[in-house]
Design a binder for this molecule. Structure first.
Ligand code: AMP
Ligand code: MG
Length: 363
């Protein structure tokens, strides 16, 4: 039986969040770093301690990997010469290895070695913050010069006597872990919550959601409700579904971080094959918006870091190939395209209807 979604509408308007909240949940919402908000609703055990530990872990990881922190380990790596070993904490070592694996599993659609390409288009954090296009767009020749080093195969990870390091096999190789770090953190948050005996919870790190146990409502329990933000009407959900705990739900889209130039939307995900922002192609006269590009990709599955990498990869691959990737990897997904199509991979317990203002045709 389909359950009504309308009753939950407009309760919460963050991407992929839960609906409703029993009073006995520990509820907290705080910006943890650079515009990233950690929302938690935790039940059972010691949620205060769990939350404290999550915030301190987020701060530590951000300090180690942020491209905006001049002293971060990743910036030290990015500035280093070929062969130099850059010491990192074990978690950064793990994260780099996960990013390399994601590159292999997505046949290169997820590529953590594109920070200079993002910068050239002004779709890196600094560029996007202005909301404006760069003074000059990069030429194809300038971008092609970055190609040889844009591969994580040239990033080496190592461990010696319990000390971890990363190094590169060619000058100019750089890392940007922004496409997987939130998912990695969400997985770690789940482990923290479980260590503090939390039995039911929803942890959301700006769109990366982890669900624990079942949602408690008075004396009863039910599945969690998850709403997906309408990519073109951000104050509404485009659809909602119910899901059991023990999974993560991650959305990547073109509607949070982007700028417009001549009516064309340039978003923060870069296509590693064309070296343009996804959804943008070069034409003889300048740029054009691709008609059917992915504007929102939600992925559901066991590992949040994997959901995070896959959702970014689906943005790159488009609806058809993105759906094939999810099927191959055994992850579920809901994909929306600019020409108003909706592609679903796997089985979802949808609420009755789409509630956003944009109608998407199921394909
Ligand atoms: P997400 O919001 O998870 O889709 O990740 C997008 C972020 O990942 C961007 O802000 C960049 O930091 C980085 N990024 C951009 N394009 C890619 C890509 N093709 N593969 C991996 N990371 C990317
Ligand atoms: Mg991602």
């Amino acid at each position: 039986m389909k359950r009504s979604f309308a009753a939950f509408f407009a309760i919460l308007l963050i991407p992929a969040c839960l609906f409703g909240c029993a009073p006995s949940y520990f509820v907290k919402s705080d910006a943890v770093f650079a515009g990233i908000v950690l929302d938690v609703k935790l039940y059972g055990g010691n949620p205060e301690k769990a939350y404290e530990e999550m915030v301190s872990l987020a701060t530590e990881i951000n300090g180690a990997i942020s491209l905006g922190e001049p002293d971060s380990a990743i910036n030290a790596f990015n500035e280093s010469d070929s062969g130099k070993k850059i010491p990192v904490i074990r978690r950064v070592y793990d994260l780099v290895r996960l990013a390399k694996t994601a590159y292999a599993e997505t046949d290169g659609a997820f590529n953590p070695c594109l920070p200079d390409v993002s910068k050239a288009w002004g779709v890196d954090n600094d560029g996007i913050a202005t909301g404006n296009p760069p003074a000059v767009f990069p030429t194809e020749e300038e971008l092609n010069a970055l190609r040889a080093v844009a591969t994580p195969d040239l990033v080496k990870t190592g461990e010696e006597n319990g000390n971890y390091y990363i190094s590169k096999n060619a000058d100019g190789v750089k890392l940007d872990l922004g496409g997987i770090a939130k998912g990695y953190l969400a997985d770690e948050f789940k482990a923290i919550a479980e260590r503090y005996n939390v039995v039911s919870g929803c942890i959301s790190l700006s769109g990366n959601v982890i669900l624990i146990g079942r949602y408690k409502e008075g004396d009863s329990e039910r599945d969690w409700g998850v709403g997906i933000t309408d990519p073109r009407e951000k104050h509404a959900y485009v659809c909602g579904f119910y899901t059991q705990g023990g999974v993560s739900v991650v959305t990547s889209g073109d509607y949070e971080r982007y700028y417009f130039s001549d009516g064309i939307r340039f978003c923060h995900v870069v296509d590693p094959f064309t070296f343009t922002p996804t959804g943008v192609e070069r034409t003889d006269s300048g740029f054009a918006q691709k008609a059917d590009y992915v504007i929102s990709a939600t992925v559901r599955g066991a590992s949040s870091s994997k959901c995070d990498a896959l959702s970014t990869a689906v943005m790159v691959l488009g609806a058809e190939k993105g759906a094939e990737l999810l099927e191959r990897q055994g992850y579920d997904g809901i994909i929306f395209t600019a020409d108003k199509k909706m592609k679903v991979v796997g089985k979802f317990d949808f609420a009755t209807s789409q509630t956003g203002y944009t109608e998407y045709e199921r394909i």
